[in-house]
Write a protein that binds this ligand. Sequence first.
Ligand code: DHK
Length: 145
Amino acid sequence: MSPLPILLLNGPNLNMLGKRQPEVYGSETLADVVSACRSAAQAAGRALEDFQSNSEGDMIDRIHAARGNVSGIIINPGGWTHTSVALRDALVIPEVPIVEVHISNVHAREAFRHHSFVSPVATGVIAGLGTFGYRAAIDYLVKHH
Ligand code: DHK
């Protein structure tokens, strides 16, 4: 039986990657990121599912649907990182390892970005490595889970 897929989730405004503040978030589009992650996962014999939403309820529904169907989750929660207890509560439901990714170094930015509701339920957190952080998260999950 082949291993369950990895799920890559991106929250609000990340559909604008490449256009949105490129000095902070880089010039790669979300499609570029997803494609690079899919290639890296497939090279390791793993499938990648991906989902982006600007709607919190849709994101929570997608996380519920992941229960029993994925081996791990990579999530850039965008602004919900700093606001959403509901997202944090949803993320424990699939009972799989979670890698929280931030493109920018949130700790070097405004104080309101220093707190994450997601980090306490994450296996690990990557921040400030640009879009490479997503690929690092794939490498971690394929090697360890
Ligand atoms: C992305 C966002 O949209 C922000 O709200 C976070 C994160 C940082 C990132 O660095 O990828 O504060």
